[in-house]
Write a protein that binds this ligand. Structure first.
Ligand SMILES: Nc1ncnc2c1ncn2[C@@H]1O[C@H](COP(=O)(O)OP(=O)(O)OP(=O)(O)O)[C@@H](O)[C@H]1O
Ligand SMILES: [Mg+2]
Length: 603
């Protein structure tokens, strides 16, 4: 078992672990200061808690002190007054200890829970504000584990550690006082043995931290694995990959098991080792102290009071030694939390962002290049395109041509790599992000609905919309009728519908949400692709009405749905290949012509 614990350096997962640890360097000074200032914000409660802890420590010391009069006055001298007085004092001491323990636990957990809440909220706010690319990169499950798992461990560090640090530290002082007060010569002798205990504390602390970083990372990985396989369960079943995924899951739980066991061993070894070293000290005290009582230079009461203090000293010292483990775990978690909190968002506002004013804007792409990652080939190359106020532009082209990527640049879901996107002549980077997005309404390629009522999902487009406005938007999106057919109509919760909602129904709810926003710039990315031709024609009519006076980008594969557009842009491999009206492009007999003839031949 021990060799399993010590002999790990050459196994591959251990190296992987070390690599992970490198990603989380120790908490920097500024991070430490941040945590300390969070705790100190509760200084009044902290002071009160410290007072409670002093009371507990005092009571602890008093218990050890009481052993001497019990021994010498009651047992040896048989003093009857003391027989009444000392139990009375004992009751008081135990009461004070209880009250102090409760007070300090309550107050410190109050502070700890508040700090958890602070970190949870800051993490959520930060993640909400970070660009989409960050969430793609970090994986949903892993981010969730920051908010659910890591914050708890930090709480452990803050409240448990502070309690132990102060209460046990004060107790140690109280016991040391008793020990030296009772017999300083015996004390000096005993303390030759103690320093031996320090080395293992340091050693175990380091090990625990190493494994703890590993378990948290693995847990986060497990979380994202679960998230992906549960949401993708349909695909897993269809492709008969249950066994494959089960195997992968087993591998992950296996890694976790081994890491946890290493941690358990490191933790579990630290107590027995300490205890054994303590035992050596006790043996010495019995020998040396006993000798002094036999010689007559000490009394049995002094000896037992001393021994009691030494034995009671063991508990707080043990806790203090575990404190290092808790702090190391906390530091590992805290540094993962700060990694997210300190992530600098690439999509930032300028110092004095401008507000977008008015109801009608032109949108211009000026020499725009864009790539998702620095080292990847650009997905958009030198795009130059200007949509006049109120103009409807249709974007067509092969899948992967860059249509979605192009429109995502307008609300700054991503930022251009080169060039500029201008709205009403203003670079979108100079605009306040809120005001920019307030003026853009979008129906995304995948319909995204939240697990709220249908009504609330539509209201997402305009938070102060009345029920009547919501119903009208639903009517315009041709969603009213099927929504009426739901068990609770507009109040039906999306999740309760399960998979009952069809692709086309989802799309129409999303369209209603976009309609109600009533924004001057409209982006429709395959908004009607899941509808049958008849429904599409109807929704199309509504959308055309809606698009009047709004600068619109309409992406469509089915070319029949965009023939009303004032200009059609054909994107191919991230560049504009053809543009013009339907008739222009047909006359050119290029890619658009080919697509059109293919589709009409099929249809
Ligand atoms: N989040 C992403 N990270 C990296 N590359 C991406 C990302 N999203 C899209 N791409 C790549 O960018 C290119 C353009 O994709 P985009 O989604 O803009 O195409 P599209 O024209 O909208 O296609 P479709 O008609 O299939 O929706 C593709 O090669 C795609 O692989
Ligand atoms: Mg797309």
């Amino acid at each position: 078992m021990l060799s399993f614990f010590l002999n790990v350096d050459n196994s591959s997962w251990y190296n992987k672990l070390r690599f992970m640890e490198n990603k989380n360097p120790k908490l920097t000074k500024t991070r430490q200061k941040k945590i300390i200032s969070l705790v100190l914000a509760y200084w009044k409660r902290l002071l009160l808690a410290a007072l409670c802890m002093v009371v507990v420590a005092g009571a602890n010391g008093a218990m050890a002190l009481l052993v001497k009069p019990v021994m010498d006055d009651i047992f040896i001298n048989q003093n009857r007054d003391m027989l009444l007085l000392i139990p009375g004092i004992a009751i008081l001491v135990f009461f004070l200890k209880g009250a102090g323990t409760f007070g300090s636990e309550y107050l410190m957990n109050y502070i700890g829970e508040n700090i958890i809440r602070f970190f949870r909220e800051s993490l959520y706010e930060k993640i909400m504000d970070l660009p989409i690319s960050f969430i793609h990169k970090e994986k949903t499950g892993a981010l969730m584990s920051r908010i659910t798992n890591d914050v708890n461990i930090v709480k452990g560090m803050v409240s448990t550690a502070v309690i132990n640090l102060f209460r046990d530290f004060f107790s140690v002082i109280a016991f040391l006082f008793v020990i030296f007060y009772r017999d300083w010569q015996l004390a000096l002798g005993a303390f030759v043995v103690l320093p031996l205990a320090f080395y293992p504390i340091i050693l175990f602390g380091r090990r625990v931290r190493k494994f703890s970083t590993g378990t948290q990372e693995t847990m986060a990985d497990l979380n994202s694995f679960l998230h992906e396989t549960f949401t993708g369960s349909k695909i897993i079943k269809i492709f008969n990959l249950q066994d494959f995924e089960k195997e992968r899951f087993k591998e992950k739980t296996n890694i976790l098991f081994r890491l946890e066991m290493k941690k358990v061993i490191a933790k579990a070894l630290s107590s027995p080792v300490m205890e054994f070293l303590g035992g050596l000290g006790i043996a010495f005290i019995i020998w040396f102290g006993g000798l002094r009582v036999i010689n007559g230079s000490s009394t049995p009461g002094t000896f037992f009071s001393f021994l009691t203090a030494v034995m009671m000293l063991y508990d707080p010292v043990k806790k203090l030694s575990k404190l290092n483990n808790t702090i190391q775990e906390g530091i590992a978690s805290a540094s993962r939390i700060f990694d997210v909190l300190e992530e600098s968002s690439i999509i930032m506002e300028t110092k004095n962002p401008e507000k977008l004013m008015g109801r009608s804007f032109d949108v211009e792409f000026d020499h725009v290049d864009f790539s998702y990652n620095d080292n990847e080939a650009p997905v958009l190359n030198d795009i130059n395109l200007k949509a006049a106020p109120g103009e409807v532009l249709a974007l067509v082209g092969m899948s992967g041509g860059g249509k979605t990527s192009l429109v995502n640049l307008v609300p700054r879901l991503y930022d251009v790599t080169r060039g500029r996107v201008l709205i009403a002549g203003k670079n979108v980077k100079d605009l306040s992000i809120k005001s920019l997005r307030d003026h853009i309404s979008i129906v995304t390629q995948e319909p995204i609905l939240f697990n709220e009522s249908v009504k609330e999902n539509i209201r997402y487009g305009k938070m102060d919309a009345t029920d009547l406005e919501i119903e009208n938007a639903a009517k315009d999106a041709f969603a009213y009728e099927f929504i009426q057919g739901f068990p609770q109509g507009f109040d039906t919760i999306i999740g309760e519908l399960g998979s009952r909602l069809s692709g086309g129904e989802k799309q129409r709810i999303c369209i209603a949400r976009a309609l109600i926003k009533d924004a001057p710039i409209l982006i429709l990315d395959e908004a009607t692709s899941a509808l049958d031709s008849q429904a599409e024609r109807l929704v199309q009519k509504a959308l055309e009405n809606l698009m009047k006076g709004r600068t619109s980008f309409v992406i469509a594969h089915r070319l029949s749905t965009i023939d009303y557009a004032s200009r059609i842009i054909l994107l191919k491999n991230g560049a504009i290949k053809e543009q013009g009206t339907h008739d222009d492009l047909m006359a050119q007999k290029g890619d658009y012509f080919k697509l059109q003839t293919m589709q009409t031949a099929k249809g």
